[in-house]
Design a protein around this ligand. Sequence first.
Ligand code: CS2
Length: 499
Amino acid sequence: MNRLNATTTPDSALLHRRTLRETGIVHLGLGNFHRAHQAVFTAAALDHTDGPWGILGVASRSGRVVDAMHEQDLRYSVVEISPQDTRIVVPAVHTGAFVAAQQPEAVLDAIAAPGTAIVTLTVTENGYTYSPRTRGLDFDNPAVRADLSGASPTTTIGQLTRALQRRLRAHAAPITILSCDNLTGNGTHTARLVREFAAALPADERDELTAWLAEAVTFPNSMVDRIVPATTDAYQAAVAEQLGLCDTVPVPAEPFSMWVLEDDFAAGRPRWEHGGARFTADVVPYELLKLRLLNGTHSLIAYLGALSGCDTIAASTAQPFVAEAARRVLCEDYLPTIAVPADIDIDDYIAQLFDRWGNTALGHRTRQVGSDGSAKLAQRIPDAALRHLRAGRVPQHLALTVAAYLCCMAPPEGFEAGPHAAAMADPNRASLVAAAERTGSTAAFVTEVFRSGLLGDELATRTEFVSRVAEFVDIIAVHGPAAAAAEAADQEPASAWRT
Ligand code: CS2
């Protein structure tokens, strides 16, 4: 079978047909999400309005996608999957791809290049070397310290700041850094970390860079949304069947896609609105809507699902006790903490979320959503929980989410968390297991977890929440996740928000 490449791609699958030569965007994090989201929006924008917006994709460590994309003239397919339909599109917007770990200086040169107007990021919640404890750059992280010492940088914040420094020295042309990760105020957050890195440089470098950052570099906030599972052989088979071609790095995705951005670009941008993106003066309400209603609820579905033996999000949500817990965490614990943007019909939005989670064709795994919970939950839980606690209410299903997470990471003695929980990757797993072994009781373990700063310092002082988490851990351990969910639901009558 022929390989997918520039000659073989059928026109009917191409999202835009011009051959791109100019690189206007450098993207850090050449993973599936970028390839199914921003790349597709960019292709659709270029199909409508031409521009110098080719994307140079930088993978952080792995060469798998980079090598395969080179073998395919930088092309790959996006397989949009629903139970009704499979649609394949080829975005064809990349002008280059390489691995940062193999060519660290090339990252700096690419960002400093005069043609580069935007740097986009999908480096995951974990990729920002952020400390929830200090709420700033993690200066205790050896990689951050190495980047500050002047070695070729390996952290994203180090790469960005060193590249901006190089750009300032070379020609000082304005540029935009656009975070596309699931973080509240992702642009503001990135700006703060870059400025903290710059402020830690020697005075002669620091002052000039800090002034130029304020003047010439923008960091718009953006909300990104598309469920993108890890790829499997089934997607290669779908491409083979529909296009008659071999693509070794297709990306699966749900049909839904959404992008809301602040229009604050220092040196121009593609006409992403033609691909369906929305521009707005204030993205934060959209970010909170998505981070809490979708991502926050997603975490609970993933942990309860894994603990009840479910491989996929769709299988987990198909269980009535999980659907009920999801509805309650969403409507009672998250929704009252946000201001719904005026153009969102909240009932439709919620109904659509349940449809999206119920997409049985997608194969989105509980282990994928449950991975990196230590970084994800810090974004999803503390601010919402504190809003309720300050008002005198213990948000039961937020406590349940943390308890289910802890049972997946450090299963209590005698409790079998199962293979899906065991397969969740998390940089904090080992320290959680060690804390569980060290402490004599669930209450002591959970208290220690909160004191470690995992969910920020303030939530650790809310003993009513901390002890509720411990109680749920015990209930899960003895009676299972469904009993814990029933206990959470019993604490309060279902609210008027139920739809
Ligand atoms: C998920 C997200 O893995 C996770 O934590 O909640 O990746 C989610 O699928 C996307 O944010 C959807 O846009």
